[in-house]
Design a binder for this molecule. Structure first.
Ligand code: PMV
Length: 368
């Protein structure tokens, strides 16, 4: 089957029943991603309120291994054990159950197997880094690999699209973690084949300056997320500025197209920093309202601005829905910026901790 254009939900529902194989093992390592244009606000069924684009990361990743064994008779409940970093993690079970419920129509074998899932993160658990993007994409890829064991002739393009589709149903931004280096999720007129249902690789010309971009993640607050994504997305519903915000995201994605082609870093910085601050502004002006930055987040932002002004560097920042700061910079400035981070910024990190990451190419299958 050759896939042309974008697919609909129905295309992901298996058309014929499959004979379950007895047992097997699969494993994937899937990275996190950092949005340049942010996804914040969604509609029913994990449909984004606006399109987003992200750099796929490389160092921050989740590794997931699934062993599966056919049940004597299919169950009504999902049958699985879940281990996080070698230990059972009961608090994760409801998340997996919700995910399974959402994807059951698309995965015919879910109630036919007992699954043993073992997962671990490359980054410290209490780093304040959300693992939902890497975790859900790794899980979705493992499930697709099991599907492929049943349907070996599966089209590779279909595999990737459906993996992203499933990951989206786990955690929206996870659908941008399957491939790299740049992924667009959400329909946008100027990006053919872009869709709300899954992420696609950004297939336009990209200037070499973006090919080796760095992202140093400054761990300002390593605690639990103060506001969950669910609460955050909900807050956008009925927010007085939401319609303008959605239009702005479309506009910013349009602006990024020539920027990514020409390598205009000055304009890149404007879009990326404005997106980060807008995400936080939406949270500050919601009902209820939240401030997700910490004093050290702001201190770091001001220091980045002052350094840029003084040195002519092209370093900039972006933020997720939390206090940590992602410091973005091109390869040819890495020594200079790294020195600046060590000299001036690590003092504002909790326990002076930070993670050096860079743009990556997406998930990889592991041998088991
Ligand atoms: O994937 P979720 O539902 O956890 O949403 C995360 C959204 C942000 O990380 C704040 C922005 C983005 O586009 O990744």
């Amino acid at each position: 089957m050759e896939i042309v254009g974008f697919m609909t939900e129905k295309d992901f529902i298996p058309s014929k029943s499959i004979e379950l194989i007895e047992k097997g093992k699969v494993a994937y390592k899937s990275p996190s991603n950092i949005a340049l244009v942010k996804y914040w606000g969604k509609k029913e069924g994990q449909i984004p309120a606006n399109p987003s684009i992200s750099f796929t990361l490389s160092a921050c990743a989740t590794t997931t291994k699934i062993s599966f064994k056919k049940l004597d008779s299919p169950t009504q409940q999902y049958s699985f054990d879940f281990f996080f970093e070698g230990n059972p993690k009961p608090s994760f079970r409801p998340k997996i159950e919700t995910f399974f419920k959402r994807i059951e129509a698309y995965i015919p074998y879910l109630k036919g197997y007992h699954f043993i899932m073992e997962t671990s993160n490359s980054f410290p658990h209490s780093s304040g880094i959300a693992s939902s993007a890497s975790g859900m994409s790794a899980l979705a890829l493992c499930l697709m690999e099991i599907e492929r064991m049943h349907i070996p002739e599966m089209d590779p393009d279909f595999f990737v699209k459906k993996a992203s589709f499933l990951a989206r149903l786990g955690s929206g931004s996870a659908c941008r973690s399957i491939e790299g280096p740049l992924v667009v999720w959400g329909g946008q007129e100027e990006i053919p084949d872009s869709t709300d249902l899954y992420g696609i690789r950004y297939n336009f010309e990209v200037h070499p300056v973006f090919k080796n971009f760095h992202d140093t993640i400054l761990l300002v607050d390593k605690g639990q997320k103060q506001v969950s994504s669910t609460v955050g997305h909900d807050l956008v519903k009925g927010h007085p500025f939401s319609e303008q915000r959605f239009k702005q995201a479309h506009r910013n994605l349009s602006l990024l197209k020539p920027i990514l082609r020409t390598g205009n870093l000055k304009e890149f910085i404007k879009v990326v920093e404005s997106e980060a601050l807008t995400l936080h502004a939406i949270m500050m002006t919601g009902d209820p309202y939240f401030v997700l930055m910490k004093p050290n987040t702001l201190e770091i932002i001001h220091r980045i601005w002052a350094f840029r002004e003084a040195s002519g560097s092209h370093v900039c920042f972006t933020l997720d829905a939390g206090a940590n700061v992602h410091v973005l910079y091109p390869e040819n400035e890495k020594e200079q910026v790294h020195q600046f981070i060590v000299n001036e910024l690590v003092a504002y990190c909790e326990n002076q901790q930070y993670i050096c990451d860079r743009i990556g190419l997406g998930a990889i299958r592991l041998k088991v």
